[in-house]
Design a protein around this ligand. Structure first.
Ligand code: NAP
Length: 239
């Protein structure tokens, strides 16, 4: 059995990544925080080849408990692919941005990266194979107004990715980011798609399956010499 963990696997981009990794032969651990029905739908889509792992990625004790529990139940096995995908946005201009909005986004999108990655890293190093793929964002590269919190979190994730890649490359562990532009999921509901797509050279939002295909490639053996990289997937919006 080969195992992959996808945080935020119940919906949107994470769900498409679960399906892709299942097609690649992985048993997929589908993490989510609250939406049991959506998580079960993802499990159905991967034909039961995996399990649900409900925990809040922003809660270090909950992360440790869930991962230690899985490891205790699977002695001798390890999770070789980690996709840090769970994320939220709470947009506001900085002048009105409340401390809770800042902290929620940093905790869920960036501190979670540290909690989950650290919990899974040691077995990857011991087994001398691992793939860590982080779902960043155009905001983390360019910065977007109204998203200082989200841009800081995603920018931090990109920088941490570059640093960790250099720590672990020798052990055949790769750490990379994908940086999507606008992708059609619940997260972009309420945005003015007609207006926004005028600025996108491809003249459309992307689909979760397109991001999943890129994540699948980075998880594959063919991508073994790509490390510390951030690959944009945004229809040409920003390079
Ligand atoms: P989405 O449809 O809103 O789904 C978010 C996922 O994250 C859900 O599975 C949700 O679980 C999970 N989640 C949220 N908070 C969590 C927590 N504290 N602990 C565990 N899981 C949590 O979002 P999406 O558009 O697919 O976004 C996925 C990733 O892509 C995010 O990191 C986002 O920042 C990034 N991204 C998205 C876009 C875009 O245009 N959509 C663009 C760039 C980057 P529940 O179902 O239980 O709520």
């Amino acid at each position: 059995m080969k195992y992959a963990l996808v945080t935020g696997g119940s919906r949107g981009i994470g769900r498409a990544i679960c399906v892709k990794l299942h097609q690649m032969g992985y048993e997929v651990l589908i993490n989510y925080v609250s939406n049991d029905a959506a998580a079960k739908e993802t499990l159905d889509l991967i034909e039961g080849h995996g399990e649900l792992l409900r925990f809040d990625v922003s809660d270090p004790a909950a992360v440790q408990e869930a991962i230690s529990g899985w490891q205790a139940a699977h002695p001798g096995e390890y999770i070789e692919v980690l996709v840090n995908n769970a994320g939220v946005r709470k947009d506001n201009l900085l002048i009105w941005l409340e401390p809770a909005e800042w902290s929620k986004v940093i905790d869920t999108n960036l501190n979670s990266w540290y909690y989950v990655t650290r919990a899974l890293l040691q077995p990857m190093l011991l087994k001398k194979f691992g793939r860590i793929i982080n779902v960043a964002s155009l905001s983390g590269l360019k910065g977007l107004p109204g998203q200082t919190n989200y841009s800081a979190a995603k920018g931090g994730m990109i920088a941490a990715t570059k640093a960790l890649a250099q720590e672990v490359a020798r052990k055949k562990v790769t750490v990379n980011c994908v940086a999507p532009g606008f992708i059609r999921t619940d997260m972009v509901e309420g945005l003015d798609e007609a207006a926004l797509k005028k600025d996108i050279p491809a003249a459309r939002f992307g689909e979760p399956e397109e991001v999943a295909a890129l994540v699948g490639f980075l998880a594959s053996p063919d991508a073994g010499y790509i490390n510390g990289e951030t690959i944009s997937i945004n229809g040409g919006l920003y390079t």
